[in-house]
Design a protein around this ligand. Structure first.
Ligand SMILES: [Zn+2]
Length: 377
């Protein structure tokens, strides 16, 4: 019996939860298991919501409208309303962080790319904090943001990192644009797109140029007792953490180290390291504020050219093409995009050479671990 982690659009990837199950103490394993069980339930719920959302006509006027709720450590959504747009700060730090993070994300998309919220039509940004007890994740459920408080041993509260908020809300943007299939390379691009605009929200908040930014995803989320600095590194994939409980960051930095796996929807949180680094290299090559040029190239390519099935080669081709259209053929910007993809092992314009997914030879055995912990469940 294979253990399946079905966490769609969660910030904590399944390989990390698996590692906690294998290596954590009893309390940590219990929390990881709760997270997996809840996430599995969310998947079906999310698909139902997606179908419902397709029939909804947006009711909203253009503009920024945020509402933050609390689940009061339960699981009903959206929960009790705590702060609506324009209201003064709450005494609850998680409420204010969710509110501010949603605002910074809205501002990036509106101020820089003239996109009016996630759907381009002023969609209200709803968030729920204090979801469940000690819940070790944050996710976009197809309709709203949801944040756990973290267990305090491995993870802090999930509103603490503004790039995590930008990451999750960008899953909403992708849903309304290319709707990249959440599987294999298109899924890794979906993840990477969220990391790109998540880190741009953070860099813009901090007013950092590409060479000043840390290019980490989720810095501040891991507690001081974890050996690691963040969930991922866009600049140096594979180096974000190496911890007895969380395991080692499995992200490859180039195509030579592409991970063929059936886990994690075909490695969507793993191989995203490759396009993540391509974006970092593009931004570093162009210089200045990454959201201005590199971000614009990625945004316009994602909005106008990506399809749900776009793979890494397609992303390389289409971002290079977009850079030429925005900044001129053979411009410094287009050269930076081209060089970035070549560095990670993909030549823009080259014929399709997609690694064939192979069955994982070594399926981890969390099901056995779960049985051993909980006695045959
Ligand atoms: Zn994600």
């Amino acid at each position: 019996m294979n253990h399946q982690v079905n966490c769609l659009h969660c910030i904590i990837p399944p390989h990390m939860l698996d590692s906690i199950l294998a290596n954590g103490n009893a309390a940590q394993r219990k929390l990881a298991l709760d997270c997996i069980g809840i996430s599995g339930g969310i998947r079906g719920h999310r698909q139902a919501l997606m179908s419902a959302v397709a029939y909804l006509t947006p009711l909203t006027a253009p503009g920024k409208h945020r509402t933050v709720y609390t689940a009061n450590n339960g699981s009903s959504l959206p929960g009790q309303q705590m702060r609506d747009e324009g209201q003064p700060p709450s005494s609850d730090v998680a409420v204010n962080e969710a509110y501010d993070g949603a605002g910074l994300t809205y501002d990036l998309y509106w101020d820089v790319y003239q996109r009016n919220s996630l759907d381009g039509n002023g969609l209200h940004l709803d968030s729920t904090v204090h979801y469940q007890q000690n819940y070790d994740n944050a996710f976009w459920n197809g309709q709203q943001m949801v944040y756990g408080d973290g267990d305090g041993q491995l993870f802090n509260r999930f509103t603490i990192a503004v790039d995590v908020i930008g990451h999750e809300l960008t899953h909403g943007v992708t849903q309304y644009m290319s709707n990249l299939d959440y599987q294999s390379q298109s899924g890794a691009l979906n993840e990477s797109f969220s990391d790109v605009f998540g880190t741009l929200v953070k860099q813009r908040k901090l007013n950092q140029t590409a060479d000043q930014a840390d290019w980490l995803i989720g810095e501040g989320l891991l507690t001081a007792s974890v050996h690691g600095v963040a969930l991922r590194s866009m600049k140096a994939p594979g180096t974000a953490y190496d911890d007895p409980v969380l395991g080692k960051d499995p992200q490859p930095a180039d195509m030579a180290h592409y991970v063929n796996t059936t886990q994690d929807n075909g490695g969507v949180h793993i191989n995203s390291g490759i396009p993540n680094r391509a974006f970092y290299l593009t931004a570093a090559g162009i210089g200045g504020y990454a959201w201005e040029k590199a971000g614009k190239i990625w945004y316009v390519a994602g909005r106008d050219k990506f399809k749900n099935t776009t793979d890494f080669q397609g992303a390389a081709d289409l971002t290079t093409q977009t850079a030429g259209e925005l900044f001129g053929t053979d411009s410094a910007e287009q050269q930076a995009v081209k060089n970035a993809w070549i560095t990670v092992g993909i030549t823009p314009g080259a014929p399709q050479t997609q690694p064939q997914p192979q069955p994982s030879g070594c399926v981890t055995a969390p099901a056995a671990i779960i049985r051993s912990i909980f006695g045959g469940s």
